[in-house]
Ligand binder design. Structure first.
Ligand code: ADP
Ligand code: MG
Length: 243
Protein backbone atom coordinates (compact mmCIF):
# COMPACT_ATOMS: atom_id res chain seq x y z
CA UNK A 1 0.00 0.00 0.00
CA UNK A 2 2.89 2.32 0.84
CA UNK A 3 6.32 2.01 -0.68
CA UNK A 4 8.83 4.68 0.32
CA UNK A 5 12.35 4.26 -1.01
CA UNK A 6 15.38 6.34 0.02
CA UNK A 7 13.34 9.40 0.91
CA UNK A 8 15.33 12.53 1.70
CA UNK A 9 13.98 15.80 3.00
CA UNK A 10 15.84 19.03 3.77
CA UNK A 11 14.65 22.12 5.59
CA UNK A 12 16.46 25.40 5.03
CA UNK A 13 15.14 27.53 7.88
CA UNK A 14 16.77 28.55 10.09
CA UNK A 15 19.74 26.40 8.99
CA UNK A 16 20.10 23.62 6.49
CA UNK A 17 18.77 20.48 8.14
CA UNK A 18 18.77 16.98 6.70
CA UNK A 19 15.44 15.94 8.25
CA UNK A 20 15.03 12.58 6.45
CA UNK A 21 18.04 10.53 5.41
CA UNK A 22 17.35 7.75 2.95
CA UNK A 23 14.21 6.63 4.73
CA UNK A 24 12.72 3.48 3.25
CA UNK A 25 9.58 1.79 4.51
CA UNK A 26 7.03 -0.53 2.98
CA UNK A 27 3.59 -0.94 4.53
CA UNK A 28 1.47 -3.79 3.26
CA UNK A 29 -2.28 -3.59 2.88
CA UNK A 30 -3.88 -4.20 6.28
CA UNK A 31 -0.62 -3.73 8.15
CA UNK A 32 -0.22 -1.55 11.24
CA UNK A 33 3.19 0.09 11.58
CA UNK A 34 4.02 2.08 14.71
CA UNK A 35 6.78 4.67 14.40
CA UNK A 36 8.66 5.59 17.55
CA UNK A 37 11.68 7.76 18.25
CA UNK A 38 12.86 10.86 20.06
CA UNK A 39 11.48 14.33 19.45
CA UNK A 40 12.91 15.87 16.29
CA UNK A 41 13.86 12.53 14.73
CA UNK A 42 11.71 13.11 11.63
CA UNK A 43 8.61 11.04 12.44
CA UNK A 44 6.10 13.78 11.57
CA UNK A 45 8.07 14.85 8.53
CA UNK A 46 8.03 11.30 7.23
CA UNK A 47 4.26 10.88 7.71
CA UNK A 48 3.68 14.27 6.09
CA UNK A 49 5.69 13.19 3.06
CA UNK A 50 3.32 10.24 2.59
CA UNK A 51 0.41 12.52 1.69
CA UNK A 52 2.64 15.29 0.36
CA UNK A 53 1.97 17.81 3.10
CA UNK A 54 5.77 17.91 2.74
CA UNK A 55 7.30 17.31 -0.66
CA UNK A 56 10.24 14.89 -0.39
CA UNK A 57 13.41 16.22 -2.04
CA UNK A 58 14.49 12.86 -3.40
CA UNK A 59 13.55 9.22 -3.34
CA UNK A 60 10.35 7.50 -4.37
CA UNK A 61 6.97 7.28 -2.68
CA UNK A 62 4.19 5.10 -4.02
CA UNK A 63 0.73 4.98 -2.46
CA UNK A 64 -1.30 2.07 -3.76
CA UNK A 65 0.93 2.07 -6.83
CA UNK A 66 0.58 5.79 -7.48
CA UNK A 67 3.86 7.74 -7.76
CA UNK A 68 2.99 10.71 -5.54
CA UNK A 69 6.22 12.60 -6.29
CA UNK A 70 5.36 12.68 -9.96
CA UNK A 71 4.42 16.31 -10.71
CA UNK A 72 1.55 14.97 -12.83
CA UNK A 73 0.07 13.09 -9.88
CA UNK A 74 -3.30 14.50 -8.73
CA UNK A 75 -2.43 15.17 -5.10
CA UNK A 76 -6.01 15.88 -4.05
CA UNK A 77 -6.89 12.39 -5.15
CA UNK A 78 -3.99 10.99 -3.10
CA UNK A 79 -5.01 12.98 -0.04
CA UNK A 80 -8.52 11.58 -0.28
CA UNK A 81 -7.02 8.09 -0.08
CA UNK A 82 -4.57 8.85 2.74
CA UNK A 83 -6.39 10.01 5.87
CA UNK A 84 -4.44 11.86 8.53
CA UNK A 85 -5.15 12.52 12.18
CA UNK A 86 -3.00 14.99 14.09
CA UNK A 87 -2.18 15.68 17.70
CA UNK A 88 -4.37 18.80 17.57
CA UNK A 89 -7.76 17.70 16.35
CA UNK A 90 -8.29 20.52 13.83
CA UNK A 91 -12.07 20.22 13.68
CA UNK A 92 -13.89 23.09 11.99
CA UNK A 93 -15.06 25.10 15.04
CA UNK A 94 -18.03 26.76 13.34
CA UNK A 95 -19.55 23.46 12.19
CA UNK A 96 -21.46 20.87 14.17
CA UNK A 97 -19.94 17.46 14.71
CA UNK A 98 -22.06 15.95 11.94
CA UNK A 99 -21.28 18.81 9.55
CA UNK A 100 -17.55 18.25 10.19
CA UNK A 101 -17.96 14.65 9.09
CA UNK A 102 -20.25 15.43 6.15
CA UNK A 103 -18.56 18.32 4.38
CA UNK A 104 -15.62 16.71 2.58
CA UNK A 105 -17.77 13.76 1.59
CA UNK A 106 -19.91 16.17 -0.42
CA UNK A 107 -17.13 18.40 -1.81
CA UNK A 108 -14.44 15.78 -2.47
CA UNK A 109 -16.37 12.53 -2.85
CA UNK A 110 -19.41 14.23 -4.47
CA UNK A 111 -21.88 12.39 -2.29
CA UNK A 112 -25.39 13.72 -1.82
CA UNK A 113 -26.14 15.33 1.54
CA UNK A 114 -28.45 12.43 2.38
CA UNK A 115 -25.77 9.80 1.71
CA UNK A 116 -23.06 11.85 3.43
CA UNK A 117 -25.20 12.29 6.54
CA UNK A 118 -26.10 8.60 6.66
CA UNK A 119 -22.47 7.59 6.40
CA UNK A 120 -21.48 10.34 8.85
CA UNK A 121 -23.92 9.05 11.48
CA UNK A 122 -22.70 5.51 10.93
CA UNK A 123 -19.09 6.57 11.52
CA UNK A 124 -19.95 8.71 14.53
CA UNK A 125 -21.65 5.62 15.92
CA UNK A 126 -18.56 3.59 15.26
CA UNK A 127 -16.37 5.99 17.27
CA UNK A 128 -19.02 6.06 20.01
CA UNK A 129 -20.21 9.63 19.65
CA UNK A 130 -23.38 9.60 17.55
CA UNK A 131 -25.45 11.24 20.31
CA UNK A 132 -23.28 14.38 20.04
CA UNK A 133 -23.83 14.93 16.33
CA UNK A 134 -25.60 18.27 16.79
CA UNK A 135 -23.09 19.95 19.09
CA UNK A 136 -20.09 22.11 18.22
CA UNK A 137 -16.51 20.93 18.79
CA UNK A 138 -15.85 23.25 21.74
CA UNK A 139 -18.61 21.48 23.65
CA UNK A 140 -16.69 18.19 23.48
CA UNK A 141 -13.82 16.83 25.52
CA UNK A 142 -10.45 16.36 23.82
CA UNK A 143 -10.99 12.63 23.54
CA UNK A 144 -14.39 13.16 21.94
CA UNK A 145 -12.99 15.73 19.51
CA UNK A 146 -10.24 13.35 18.47
CA UNK A 147 -12.78 10.60 17.87
CA UNK A 148 -14.77 12.97 15.66
CA UNK A 149 -11.55 13.80 13.79
CA UNK A 150 -11.01 10.09 13.18
CA UNK A 151 -14.61 9.69 11.95
CA UNK A 152 -14.15 12.68 9.64
CA UNK A 153 -11.06 11.09 8.14
CA UNK A 154 -12.75 7.71 7.75
CA UNK A 155 -15.69 9.35 5.99
CA UNK A 156 -13.49 9.72 2.92
CA UNK A 157 -13.05 5.93 2.84
CA UNK A 158 -9.26 6.23 2.80
CA UNK A 159 -7.02 3.31 1.89
CA UNK A 160 -4.46 4.28 4.55
CA UNK A 161 -4.71 6.15 7.82
CA UNK A 162 -1.79 8.12 9.23
CA UNK A 163 -1.86 9.06 12.91
CA UNK A 164 0.65 11.59 14.25
CA UNK A 165 0.69 11.39 18.05
CA UNK A 166 -3.12 11.30 18.19
CA UNK A 167 -3.25 11.04 21.98
CA UNK A 168 -0.38 13.34 22.98
CA UNK A 169 -2.59 16.37 23.59
CA UNK A 170 -5.17 14.47 25.63
CA UNK A 171 -5.68 14.28 29.36
CA UNK A 172 -4.61 10.81 30.52
CA UNK A 173 -8.13 9.57 31.19
CA UNK A 174 -9.07 10.14 27.53
CA UNK A 175 -6.16 8.36 25.92
CA UNK A 176 -7.76 4.93 26.19
CA UNK A 177 -10.98 5.81 24.35
CA UNK A 178 -9.01 7.06 21.34
CA UNK A 179 -6.62 4.10 21.34
CA UNK A 180 -9.63 1.74 21.50
CA UNK A 181 -11.08 3.32 18.35
CA UNK A 182 -7.72 2.91 16.61
CA UNK A 183 -7.39 -0.68 17.75
CA UNK A 184 -10.84 -1.51 16.36
CA UNK A 185 -9.87 0.09 13.08
CA UNK A 186 -6.74 -2.06 12.97
CA UNK A 187 -8.82 -5.19 13.66
CA UNK A 188 -11.06 -4.32 10.73
CA UNK A 189 -8.00 -4.41 8.47
CA UNK A 190 -7.21 -0.72 7.96
CA UNK A 191 -3.67 -0.02 6.78
CA UNK A 192 -2.17 2.30 9.39
CA UNK A 193 1.00 4.19 10.22
CA UNK A 194 0.95 5.49 13.79
CA UNK A 195 3.46 7.77 15.48
CA UNK A 196 2.95 7.35 19.21
CA UNK A 197 4.66 7.12 22.56
CA UNK A 198 1.99 4.69 23.77
CA UNK A 199 4.11 1.57 24.05
CA UNK A 200 1.14 -0.54 25.21
CA UNK A 201 -0.54 0.20 21.88
CA UNK A 202 2.67 -0.58 19.97
CA UNK A 203 3.03 -3.90 21.77
CA UNK A 204 -0.57 -4.99 21.28
CA UNK A 205 -1.58 -3.57 17.93
CA UNK A 206 1.53 -3.08 15.78
CA UNK A 207 2.54 -5.65 13.22
CA UNK A 208 5.90 -3.89 13.01
CA UNK A 209 7.62 -1.13 14.95
CA UNK A 210 10.00 1.35 13.33
CA UNK A 211 12.53 3.28 15.39
CA UNK A 212 13.69 6.59 13.93
CA UNK A 213 16.58 8.70 15.16
CA UNK A 214 18.16 11.80 13.60
CA UNK A 215 16.22 11.44 10.36
CA UNK A 216 17.04 7.78 9.83
CA UNK A 217 15.24 4.50 10.31
CA UNK A 218 17.59 2.76 12.72
CA UNK A 219 15.67 -0.39 13.48
CA UNK A 220 12.55 -2.20 12.25
CA UNK A 221 11.02 -5.27 13.82
CA UNK A 222 8.09 -6.94 15.49
CA UNK A 223 6.92 -5.58 18.86
CA UNK A 224 8.34 -8.77 20.35
CA UNK A 225 11.76 -7.89 18.92
CA UNK A 226 11.63 -4.30 20.16
CA UNK A 227 10.47 -4.97 23.66
CA UNK A 228 12.59 -8.02 24.37
CA UNK A 229 15.65 -7.79 22.18
CA UNK A 230 16.34 -4.37 20.61
CA UNK A 231 19.63 -4.37 18.75
CA UNK A 232 20.69 -0.76 18.50
CA UNK A 233 22.16 1.15 21.47
CA UNK A 234 20.02 4.17 20.56
CA UNK A 235 16.89 2.03 20.57
CA UNK A 236 17.75 0.58 23.97
CA UNK A 237 18.39 4.03 25.39
CA UNK A 238 15.13 5.41 23.99
CA UNK A 239 13.07 2.50 25.30
CA UNK A 240 14.73 2.71 28.72
CA UNK A 241 13.71 6.38 28.88
CA UNK A 242 10.06 5.92 28.02
CA UNK A 243 9.16 2.50 29.44
P1 ADP B 1 9.40 14.46 15.15
O1 ADP B 1 8.01 14.38 14.63
O2 ADP B 1 10.10 13.13 15.18
O3 ADP B 1 9.46 15.12 16.50
P2 ADP B 1 9.79 16.32 12.98
O4 ADP B 1 9.57 15.52 11.77
O5 ADP B 1 8.70 17.22 13.44
O6 ADP B 1 10.26 15.36 14.18
O7 ADP B 1 11.08 17.24 12.78
C1 ADP B 1 12.31 16.72 12.29
C2 ADP B 1 13.28 17.87 12.23
O8 ADP B 1 12.88 18.75 11.19
C3 ADP B 1 13.34 18.71 13.50
O9 ADP B 1 14.67 19.12 13.70
C4 ADP B 1 12.44 19.87 13.19
O10 ADP B 1 12.82 21.02 13.90
C5 ADP B 1 12.66 20.06 11.69
N1 ADP B 1 11.50 20.62 11.00
C6 ADP B 1 10.27 20.04 10.90
N2 ADP B 1 9.44 20.78 10.15
C7 ADP B 1 10.16 21.88 9.78
C8 ADP B 1 9.87 23.03 8.99
N3 ADP B 1 8.66 23.21 8.42
N4 ADP B 1 10.87 23.95 8.81
C9 ADP B 1 12.08 23.77 9.38
N5 ADP B 1 12.42 22.71 10.11
C10 ADP B 1 11.47 21.76 10.32
MG1 MG C 1 6.20 14.94 15.47
Amino acid sequence: MINAVNVNKFFYTPDKLHALRDVSLQIASGEVVVVIGPSGSGKSTFLRCLNRLEYADSGEIYVDGEDILDPKCDINKVRAEVGMVFQSFNLFPHMTVLENVVMAQMTVRKRSRKDAEARGMELLGKVGIAEKHRVYPDQLSGGQQQRVAIARSLAMAPKVMLFDEPTSALDPEMVGEVLDVMQNLAREGMTMAVVTHEMGFAREVADRVVFMDAGQVLEVGTPEHFFTNPQHERTKLFLSQIL
